[in-house]
Each structure stands twice: as structure tokens, then as C-alpha cells.
Ligand binder design. Structure first.
Ligand SMILES: NC(=O)c1ccc[n+]([C@@H]2O[C@H](COP(=O)([O-])OP(=O)(O)OC[C@H]3O[C@@H](n4cnc5c(N)ncnc54)[C@H](OP(=O)(O)O)[C@@H]3O)[C@@H](O)[C@H]2O)c1
Length: 263
């Protein structure tokens, strides 16, 4: 698995496995299979209600803890330290590789400051944001001592947010893509452009979409509960899209999100 070096020198896998909407029981099998397929980054959240299953799968996977990169996300800004302790207990770990504020929740500067403190004492290896835009993002950037290492947001061929990802790059922040396959919306797996470009490399539309993100320096977090798709989605590191192909996929951008609840 290729890695990306974050602005604090922590190495993060270039692609991860998302576990939103997989329940605690099923997530054990899914995470075990994902690890067997080669995934080394697992993206969960307090809100997903499956940190326990993720912890069980990682603890039982046979690999040393430090070979797996676990991301989780704060659901509430109250008592950050206690909330992190609860995640650590569920994840069966002494540290979290990456903690994100899941969405702006008020008092974000104080939450960020508490996260910085937990970084200094080793409970968190990296910190970041999710779904922060406009003044919410400026608020953190203007007061932070630690620049976010990662910002997670909706990113896929139909929602590319080029200005924002360019800003992140200038600031040394790695963009992570949630719903990198548009959650299957807009018939993405049968999109003619993605099918054509994928086929030119012996790949699927999903693989073309994920490769597009990785080549743009974005870390995608595809979710699937099917083992064959886990293998398909990670098999994107043996081909390269040319400039014309990148331009064709750039042209798929709709300029707005598909989910509506955050922008
Ligand atoms: N920070 C946030 O606010 C936020 C928001 C949303 C998501 N996320 C993260 O991002 C992850 C991914 O997002 P997502 O789950 O919404 O959507 P996604 O990964 O874009 O798409 C998942 C959907 O596509 C299907 N799928 C996956 N690979 C496929 C393939 N190769 N061929 C055909 N179908 C395929 C899956 O079905 P099957 O499972 O049936 O295969 C599922 O229905 C989440 O799990 C979560 O970790 C974060």
C-alpha cells in the first residue's frame, strides 16, 4: 500500500476502507476481509456505532497494531478527552491514528485545542476536520497551533471541489474523499466516460474513479461489504491515467454535492 506523508511526518495509507452503514456484527467480517485484501486504513466514526466491531477485527487480524491506521470522528464536542477515551476502549487501542471533528458543532476552536493537547500526549497521532467549509474552516485555520493534517469531505468525479483541494495542498493538508464512488449515485458504475477510461486500462468504472482521486493527491475511502469489490477497489496502483483521461473525468464535475445536508 502506498502512503502519503502528513504535515507532521506521520505516514497514512493512500487509500482506506470506509465502514459507514455497516453494523457492529458485520463490520468484523468486513474489516477482516478488507485487511486480507491489503487495506491498512479503516475509516470509522463514533456516529457509525461500529467502533467496537472495528476494534475487534483489528485486534484479531494477526497484524501488529501499528500496521493498521485507524481513523475515527468525534460526534460531540462535549468532554473531548472522555469521548476519546471511550473510542480508545471500543477500538481496543492505546492511540488513534487520525481523529477528525465529524462536522462543525459549535465551540470548534475549543474542541480543536483539546485535540491538539491529546496529540501532544500521544493519544492521537494526527488530527483533522470533516465537512468544514467557509467560516467554519477559517475559524479553525485562524486559531490552530497545529494545522489540520487531513480534511475529509465529499469528493468523487461528480463533486471535485478543485479550489478547496488546491487550498489544502497549499496549506499542507491532505484531502480525504468520503463517498469516493458517489455512494453509487448518478449511475456512476455505468458512467460511459468512466467505463471507457477504465476499459482502456483493463479496469472498471469504479477503479477509474478511485485512480482519478489518488492521482490528484486525494485519499479515497470506498466502502463495500462485498469481498470481490474490496479487492477491485484497492487494485488501482498498477496503472496511470494520462492527461486527456484526467481532463475527461474533470469534465464530469457537477459543481455541487449530491447529498445536500452539508453544503
Ligand atoms: N465524514 C463524513 O461525513 C462521511 C460521510 C460519508 C461517508 N464517509 C466515509 O466514506 C466512506 C465511503 O462512503 P460511502 O459509503 O457513503 O460511499 P461509497 O464508498 O462512495 O460507495 C459505497 C456504495 O458503493 C457500492 N460499491 C462499492 N464498491 C463498488 C464497486 N466496485 N462496484 C459496485 N458497487 C460498489 C457499495 O455497495 P456494497 O456495499 O453493496 O458493495 C455501496 O452501496 C464511508 O464508509 C465512510 O467511512 C464519511
Amino acid at each position: 500500500m502506498q502512503t502519503i506523508t502528513l504535515n507532521n511526518e506521520v505516514a497514512m495509507p493512500a487509500l482506506g476502507f470506509g465502514v459507514y452503514n455497516i453494523d457492529n456484527r458485520d463490520v468484523v467480517r468486513c474489516v477482516q476481509e478488507a485487511i486480507e485484501c491489503g487495506y491498512r486504513l479503516i475509516d470509522t466514526a463514533q456516529w457509525y456505532g461500529n467502533e467496537e466491531g472495528v476494534g475487534r477485527a483489528v485486534a484479531g487480524c494477526g497484524l501488529p497494531r501499528e500496521e493498521i491506521f485507524i481513523t475515527t470522528k468525534l460526534q460531540s464536542g462535549r468532554r473531548v478527552a472522555e469521548s476519546v477515551e471511550e473510542s480508545l476502549r471500543k477500538l481496543r487501542s492505546e492511540y488513534i491514528d487520525l481523529l477528525l471533528i465529524h462536522w462543525p458543532m459549535g465551540g470548534d476552536a475549543a474542541i480543536w485545542s483539546a485535540m491538539e493537547g491529546l496529540c501532544r500526549c500521544g493519544k492521537l497521532r494526527a488530527i483533522g476536520l470533516s465537512n468544514f467549509y467557509g467560516s467554519d474552516l477559517e475559524n479553525i485555520l485562524s486559531c490552530c497551533e497545529v494545522t489540520p493534517q487531513v480534511i475529509q469531505q465529499e469528493l468523487h468525479p461528480f463533486r471535485q471541489q478543485p479550489a478547496l483541494t488546491a487550498l489544502y495542498r497549499r496549506l499542507g493538508i491532505v484531502p480525504q474523499a468520503w463517498s469516493p464512488l458517489a455512494c453509487g449515485r448518478e449511475n456512476i458504475f455505468a458512467n460511459p466516460t468512466l467505463l471507457r477510461i477504465g476499459a482502456a486500462h483493463g479496469k472498471t468504472a469504479a477503479q477509474a474513479a478511485l485512480r482519478f482521486l489518488v492521482q490528484g493527491g486525494v485519499c479515497p475511502l470506498p466502502k463495500t461489504s462485498h469481498r470481490s469489490r474490496m479487492a477491485e477497489n484497492i487494485d488501482i496502483f498498477d496503472f496511470e491515467l494520462c492527461e486527456d483521461e484526467l481532463a475527461d473525468i474533470r469534465a464530469l464535475d457537477r459543481g455541487h454535492g449530491l447529498f445536500g445536508w452539508y453544503d
